[in-house]
Design a protein. Sequence first.
Length: 367
Amino acid sequence: MRTVTFTAAVLALVACSHREALWGVEGGPLVVDRLELSRDGGRVSWCHQDDLIAFDREDSDGHMEVHTVRPDGTGERCVTCGIEDLPTGIRGQPAWHPSCEYMLLAVQGEHYGGTRFEHVSWGIHDDLWAVAADGSWAERLVEVPYLGATLHPQFSDTGQQVFWTARASTGETVPTIEEVPGDENQWDGWYLSVADWVAPDAGGPALAQRQDLYTAEGGFFESHALIDGVLWFSHTDDGAFLVDEGFSAAVDGSGRTNHTQAPGGWDEHVDPSPNGRLISFNSSRASRWQHPPDTALSLTMELWALTEDGGQVQLTRYGEELPALTRSVTSDYAWGPDGRSLASLHVEVQLGQYTQIIEVLTLDQAW
């Protein structure tokens, strides 16, 4: 359960009352401070108990490792560099257990061939692993078959379950100008999976009682959070390219609700704030991007939030700071423990060159 004390909320308000807002809307959440942590980082996860941010970083040889850092930018450490049991190459998409003792990773598997759709941002041919935060052990939890996938794994807020996106081969090849594994539509064949977590001291690390959801639905899914027994995820219908909506549902898949309601746009990574006052998500709506006719080459995204009264607030305005021929795409984020901070990842794209920037954003109060 995500809660905050009244005293902490009041202190947060007092501390920020004199600070000028950088972004946001009066009466809604305001960004009052920014701290850059990295310009070559990836997926972020924030462990609240120890106040540590995990992220992945790829080098020029295409190898990826997972690092941790304090939210003030100090104490950076590589977690996976010394773990001999992990396959070398791609090791990314970290997701903390609430205890901060271990994390989930996506790691290249047996069928990995190095195409961009096998990168952890898509996860095809990546296996699901668990590793100790101190680097003392690593254990594969799920070995994916040919054209299977592991994408955006998450621990539940209780630490008792694991939630991730999986894929099965559709058996249908499609014409493509890109190098796609199996020549299949990369936007189809996806579904969600939930399993019980068996901790190392209880006979694990392992998964038990796996349930696969929406296997007959098709399209592209992406798992974002499992909080208070509610799944938060995004879905692109029926193998369609580029258009996405943000949903919640009960842990068995029932009671599905569309929160973003923007057909033709791109809305993803829906996640409630720690105090439940916002539903945050990445969105293309600031630029009025619509597919069709717009394509991935013109996609821009910013971090948005839905407020308790049904309002919509644009939290970031990265794109407004950039020179001509440069665009910004928010890619990932993670809420901090007090509901006043987020670790934000946005990608600046200029003439085919990518800069992946991780910042800590401070809000005006606890949300």
